[in-house]
Design a protein around this ligand. Sequence first.
Ligand code: B12
Length: 213
Amino acid sequence: MLKDLSAGFVELKREECIDTIKTRIDKGEDSLKILEDARKAMTAVGDQFQEGNLYLAEMLLAAEIFSEAVEILKPHMNEARPADAVGKIVIATPKGDIHDLGKNIFATLLDGQGFDVFDLGVDVDSSLIVKKVREVKPDLVGFSALITTAFASMKQLTEIFVEENLRDGFKLMVGGGVTNPTLKDHLSADFQTTDAMEGVSYCLKVMKEKGSS
Ligand code: B12
């Protein structure tokens, strides 16, 4: 078992990282704590990449270890899922951005809280997101963003929502490493965060105010 998960990620020790995560689960450790350590490990990978110590392909391999870790942790995070749906949310990483690790964490946590999560994936065309929103009539819509070049497609989307009279039907939230309060205002969004748990709390609050949970 690895003492330092971050070092395992940076050194791309896939098997050791996965074994460590499984062992920690078996020992009864809180799955959210393990997930947070994996997220920190991914940040360490990003730092090494930025310093020129890792190649892009290596960052991709680390991302694969992370995704595998999330899949292993998922059932443990969803053990207390309520039987009835708490609310509906459409989430996506809009056009121009292919990052999805954070979005997947948020989706997993929300699913565990009983939300029906319609996750449209990454690099998603605005038309597809608008179509899904019209079809599902969600309580919330969430955009995930890790690169600034995706801001333009998010802005375009919010304009379409207004033009098509959809915007009043849901709360709009944005999350992900590059998001900040300025972006929230630019998009006239209702909520912004770089912390998935904070996002989940906001969703639960919205549903409580609607009287559904
Ligand atoms: C992993 C990674 C990749 C992987 C992505 C794999 C994948 N499946 O996602 C790969 C290797 C493919 C990749 C590619 C690229 N990447 Co990259 N990548 C990263 C890295 C290292 C980590 C990002 C990450 O996953 N963090 C971990 C997650 C868990 O954190 P998070 O996303 O912030 O999510 C948390 C919260 O924000 C929240 N959250 C996330 N989404 C949402 C949504 C909602 C609604 C809510 C409520 C909450 C929420 O929940 C999470 C848990 O709390 C970062 C560096 C860094 N330190 O951040 C660079 C980084 C994001 N990449 C960057 C870039 C530039 C690229 C590339 C263009 C290539 C390149 N030259 O580096 C391409 C992108 C191409 C494209 N069009 O998108 C830049 C972005 C710079 C910028 N400001 O625009 C960064 C910052 C690296 C850097 N410093 O240069 N990348």
